[in-house]
Design a protein around this ligand. Structure first.
Ligand SMILES: Cc1cc2nc3c(=O)[nH]c(=O)nc-3n(C[C@H](O)[C@H](O)[C@H](O)COP(=O)(O)OP(=O)(O)OC[C@H]3O[C@@H](n4cnc5c(N)ncnc54)[C@H](O)[C@@H]3O)c2cc1C
Length: 479
């Protein structure tokens, strides 16, 4: 068959990965993106110079976990190399396993640290270099054209400002606020019911840059300084070129804590977390952004099939448009990038049969995406209940599985290499999120290690009362 006309809505990471995968297989592809083109020759400058109004999370810290890196290593090693050249760096978790040397099975336990626009700029550059890929910026898709074939809807194109762009295959990579489901419902198309649950957390992030000649302070643990208190999830995200971000996540319902968006309140709070304090010391690093709040977060999963059948022929959902979860887990790029490369392969291999494309993509991705959605939604629900003062009960040492992972498994990562490997493979999405729950031996190992977990050092992080008091004192001083 002649090449299908493939249109991708959205030049975010998932749309770019799909386009790269198709173009490098010899298939023409057109990517339409709402944001204006802003050429940035040097990706290291993308954070300051490239604004992405349609992607509000763009300036927020992003980690490229093991799954994302593996997808790049396998499908676009040149992108990974260019990223490292632009100042990103690889953090090899295998080297940090306690009491055991890393083996070949740990090869993908590596995160890549850089700021998101740096990554996106490099990936975009790779797509722009492909002769078969056409990227149109400033093109807002505002509708989908459909016809009916054998009683079922089938895409024929997309609408851009009153004009139609014909397409045999449309890939919705337009992100977490995709309008495509709404347009389809308005056209009378029956879609599978999407699953939605609030994350219950608001994030306050701020980027810093190391001062000349300084290195990142050392930190205990494998993943970098992070932890969960009775009202806060705190963590550090490394970046490229000596940058890093501190992230404080607090319950969405704690109104007073929203004052953390004020620089002085934030800078008063961060050093109270003992493991974060060395990073923000005046002679170590300086802030390079304001405090960046991000709330109204939801976990969403849109099943690709309706009772086993393809709801709209020729339409594929990928990236956040398909499934997005609490960024605390940093699984968005893992799924978006990996699925994008795989979707490109599947469209190429079944170029003349759009129904087979959908079935093959669903078979490859649906079970895992659903597991990811539930793992994160369960953790959000469990943590929210804990923050509200109740301890959710379950079969795992009396806890729910989510609580067991957070409160029992994570603290044993520094005690045992086998547990560390299993937990890290899960958190890097190299194993399905449900694999640990099915591994009886590993669960037993975690339980056996419980008595060895050192008690939390007193004063290592402010509790809810202390954090609220800090906010109130700052308010009295005049904010
Ligand atoms: C606060 C926060 C922190 C995060 N941190 C991490 C992290 O550490 N690690 C991680 O892996 N993930 C993280 N994520 C998730 C990650 O940002 C997303 O998973 C990722 O952006 C999804 O990529 P995408 O290509 O599907 O969508 P997007 O990145 O949202 O891209 C969508 C693209 O579609 C375009 N578009 C939208 N509508 C239209 C239209 N109608 N017509 C044309 N173009 C359109 C937009 O301009 C944009 O370019 C975080 C998310 C948030 C909210």
């Amino acid at each position: 068959m002649a090449d299908p006309r493939v249109v991708v809505i959205g030049a975010g990471p998932a749309g770019l990965a799909t386009a790269l995968s198709l173009a490098r297989r010899g298939r023409p592809v057109t990517v339409l993106d709402r944001d204006a083109a802003q050429p940035v020759d040097n990706p290291a400058l993308a954070y300051e110079r490239w604004s992405r109004p349609s992607v509000p999370q763009s300036p927020q810290p992003h980690s490229l976990l093991g799954r994302t890196r593996r997808a790049l290593r396998l499908h676009a090693p040149d992108v990974l190399a260019s990223l490292l050249e632009a100042g990103a760096w690889e953090n090899d978790f295998g080297d940090r396993l306690v009491g055991e040397a890393a083996g070949p099975a740990d090869d993908d336990l590596v995160a890549v640290h850089c700021r998101r626009p740096v990554f996106e700029c490099v990936l975009r550059g790779a797509v722009l270099n492909e002769p078969l890929a056409t990227l149109v910026s400033g093109a807002t898709v505002d509708g989908i054209d459909l016809t009916t074939v054998d009683g079922a809807p089938r895409v024929t194109g997309v609408r851009v400002g009153g004009a139609t762009v014909d397409a045999d295959v449309v890939v919705d990579a337009s992100g977490r606020r995709s309008m495509v489901p709404l347009w389809l419902r308005r056209s009378g198309v029956s879609l599978p019911t999407q699953e939605v649950e609030e994350c219950g957390v608001v994030y306050f992030s701020r980027y810093f840059k190391l001062r000349e000649g300084r290195d990142y302070p050392s930190w205990g643990g494998v993943l970098g300084p992070s932890g969960t208190t009775d009202c806060c999830r705190f963590s550090m995200f490394f970046g490229d070129n000596g940058t890093f971000a501190i992230v404080l996540g607090v319950p969405a319902w704690e109104r007073e804590l929203k004052s953390l968006k004020l620089k002085d309140v934030y800078m008063e709070a961060v050093p109270r977390f003992r493991s974060l304090a060395p990073f923000v010391a005046d002679d170590v690093a300086q802030p390079i952004t304001d405090v960046l709040p991000f709330g109204s977060l939801q976990n969403v999963f849109r099943p690709p099939l309706l009772e086993g059948a393809v709801p709209v022929r020729g339409l594929h959902l990928v990236g956040d448009a398909y499934c997005h979860t609490n960024p605390l887990f940093a699984w968005g790029l893992c799924l978006g990038i990996d699925h994008g490369f795989e979707l490109g392969r599947i469209i190429h291999e079944h170029a003349s049969d759009v129904e087979t494309q959908s079935l093959a993509f669903a078979e490859l991705t649906q079970v895992e995406a659903e597991h990811c959605y539930h793992a994160v939604a369960d953790e959000d629900r469990d943590r929210s209940l804990t923050w509200r003062g109740s301890q959710p009960r379950g079969a795992f040492l009396g806890r729910s599985f989510a609580g067991f992972v957070r409160q029992c498994a994570l603290p044993t990562v520094m005690l045992d290499a086998q547990v560390a490997r299993a937990v890290l493979r899960r958190s890097n999405l190299l194993d399905s999120p449900d694999a640990l729950a099915r591994d009886d031996q590993m669960l037993q190992r975690v339980m056996d290690l419980q008595s060895l977990i050192p008690p939390p050092a007193p004063g290592s992080a402010p509790d809810r009362e202390e954090l609220l008091e800090l906010v109130r004192v700052q308010a009295r001083i005049g904010f």
